[in-house]
Design a protein around this ligand. Structure first.
Ligand code: GDP
Length: 220
C-alpha cells in the first residue's frame, strides 16, 4: 500500500485489513444460482451471505468488494429473482459469498414474497457452513420493518449477522453518525447481532477495506 489511511489503528487490525485486501484481489468467480434448496452447492466451505432490500446497493457492494464490475448482476426487475447466488473465493477454494435475494420491493406479488420467506428461512436454518450474514441497510433510510422481519429470522435461526450501511456518500456526516448510532442501539437488543455497524459507499470506496476484513473475520 502506498498510502495507509488506517495509521491510527493497531498493527493487528492493519494486518487483517491487508490480508482481506489480498484475498479479495485474488480469484473470485460466480459459481451458480440456486432457486431452491435442492440446487445448493455442496456445503464444503464456509459461507458469508449478503442480504438487504431490493435496490439497497447489494450488487454494487459485492462488485466493489471484489473490485470488479459485473460479478454480481444488478437486477432490472427488483424483487423478482428469488435465487441465492454463490461466488467462489480463492484458488484453492477458501470460502463462498452468497448473494441472497432482495426483499421489500413494494410491487412484488404475494407469492414472490412467500417464496422469498420459504427459501431464506430454509437456507438460514439448514446451512451449517453459513458463518454470518451481512445485512445491508440504506444509510438514508435506516432500519425498516421489512429489515426487522429478516433480523427476526436470523435471530430465530441463530445465524450471526452484522449490519452494513450502504450509500453513505448520500448522507451528511452528522446524519451518518445518527443513523449508525440508531442502528447500533436497535441491534444491541438482538441476540445474534454483531454490535458494530459498518458504514460503506461503493461509489466512494468508503468502508470497503473494513467490510472485506469483516468477511474474513466471520470465517474464523
Ligand atoms: P441491489 O438491488 O441491492 O443489488 O442494488 P444495486 O447495487 O443494483 O444498486 C441500486 C442503485 O443504487 C443503483 O442505481 C446504484 O447505482 C445505486 N448505488 C449503489 N451503491 C451506491 C453507493 O454507494 N452510492 C450511491 N450514491 N449510489 C449507489
Amino acid at each position: 500500500m502506498d498510502h495507509n489511511p488506517h495509521s491510527d489503528i493497531d498493527d493487528d487490525t492493519a494486518a487483517r485489513i491487508e490480508e482481506a485486501r489480498r484475498i479479495f484481489s485474488g480469484p473470485i468467480s460466480f459459481l451458480k444460482s440456486a432457486p431452491g434448496l435442492n440446487f445448493l452447492p455442496p456445503a464444503d466451505v464456509p459461507e458469508v451471505a449478503f442480504a438487504g432490500r431490493s435496490n439497497v446497493g447489494k450488487s454494487s457492494l459485492i462488485n466493489a468488494l471484489a473490485n470488479r464490475n459485473g460479478l454480481a448482476r444488478t437486477s432490472n426487475t427488483p424483487g423478482r429473482t428469488q435465487e441465492l447466488n454463490f461466488f467462489d473465493v480463492g484458488e484453492p477454494l477458501r470460502f463462498r459469498l452468497v448473494d441472497m435475494p432482495g426483499y421489500g420491493y413494494a410491487k412484488a406479488p404475494k407469492d414472490v414474497v412467500k417464496q422469498w420467506r420459504f427459501l431464506v428461512n430454509d437456507f438460514l436454518r439448514g446451512r451449517a457452513v453459513l458463518k454470518r450474514a451481512l445485512v445491508l441497510v440504506d444509510a438514508r433510510h435506516g432500519l425498516k420493518d421489512v429489515d426487522r422481519t429478516l433480523l427476526d429470522m436470523l435471530d430465530e435461526a441463530a445465524v450471526s449477522y452484522r449490519m452494513v450501511l450502504t450509500k453513505a456518500d448520500k448522507v451528511k456526516a452528522t446524519d451518518l453518525a445518527i443513523v449508525t448510532e440508531q442502528t447500533a442501539a436497535e441491534v444491541r437488543k438482538r441476540p445474534a447481532a454483531h454490535p458494530q455497524i459498518i458504514p460503506t459507499s461503493s461509489e466512494k470506496g468508503m468502508g470497503l477495506p473494513e467490510l472485506r476484513a469483516a468477511v474474513i473475520e466471520a470465517l474464523d
